[in-house]
Design a protein around this ligand. Sequence first.
Ligand SMILES: [Zn+2]
Ligand SMILES: [Zn+2]
Length: 445
Amino acid sequence: MLSREPTLSVGILEGYADFRGHLEGVFALNGGKRVDGPFTCSIRDNSPHIVFGSGEAVADLPDVTLSPVSPETSFLLEDVTIGVKFHWERKEQQRFRGGLRIVLRPGKGFTAINTVALEEYLASVISSEMSASAPGELLRAHAITSRSWLVAMLERARLVHAPLQPFAPITPETTEVIRWYSREDHDMYDVCADDHCQRYQGITKIISPAAAGAITSTRGVFLVHDNAVCDARFFKACGGLTDDFPNSWEETDIPYLRSIADAAVPHPPITTEGEMERWVLSSPEAYCNTRDPAILRQILPSFDQETTDFFRWHVSYTREELEALLRKKAGVDVGILMDLVPLQRGPSGRLIRLRIVGTQRTITVGKDLEIRRWLSPSHLYSSAFIVRTERGDDGVPLRFILYGAGWGHGVGLCQIGAAVMAVRGFAAEDIVRHYFRGAELRKAY
Ligand SMILES: [Zn+2]
Ligand SMILES: [Zn+2]
């Protein structure tokens, strides 16, 4: 357990050949010269060329640190891509408080990193993840969850120094691809600013008094299990049941990350394809089973309101579309796609392994995120789906329709469910104990 507030480094942008920004106040350039105002970063003769103002200062070192001289100072970055590779990718101007580090690596472009205190980072994350009008107990529950997740992740990253091994390539002989994604793949900073870690937009939006209050009132409070801070994962909507940790990641049983029914009534885990079919084609009672626009508006930032069909959803592909997706996303040409066969599911119905049957080859894919990646131009909402195949007279598929449940990996706290619980009067402590069974709350600083 930690005893004082940590500082984080957050990757804001990466792989940019050039970018612009604005220092709103005075910063010390590599601990020396004072700079402020607009700046541009570009690459000249394989070296960085960072120009401040109209040329008052130029930096050409591959690692530049800008430290704020006073605490209220902030800086702007232009054209920051958010929602990278997700279905809502877009670019925004963003504003940050704290320090800025700009690194140029040969052949890899610029990385911009914001150094910020944990509680300040959390205030921003809570403001970015949900709207200011969200119920106070939801904001408090999310503050505790995000804080715990983050510190558990930092502690794990410190313990595990080995760089991630690259995935084995898919060759014509490959018959099974089982992948999951850890977040230890950031070697330059602790967390990225995107949904891969936690969405972070600095102080782009004004941090609401509600979000600030949720952070202050839970300052230093963590979910704890067995004397260690909990790896408190979360996602948008479970679809009625959450899932077990090993079904999305490595084969480690984590007691507080086991499947639960996200409802006031019991729902048994899904164990057969028949149960899955009935589950996904029905609308069971669940905290996250809401289409109430008033609740959704309170919870989701405006761009997430574009998505309202997260509890039960469907997507339809022609056979040719799906064959092309598999070639593009997985580099796999199955010939004529004949079948998608669920082989193994978790208790929430999320697929762990899916067999893809073609005339030229058959390949099995897992886990959750890899399945979602292969079967969508961006990512499928979840891997909790059944497949309806429409076939021509010759038996060859014409169309595949996927009927699914939930949005996200389904392990840990269901954000929509937690929001509905808060609206129904549950306290933050009850909400986090509902999703993280067996975890306790402890104040560390
Ligand atoms: Zn990340
Ligand atoms: Zn849920």
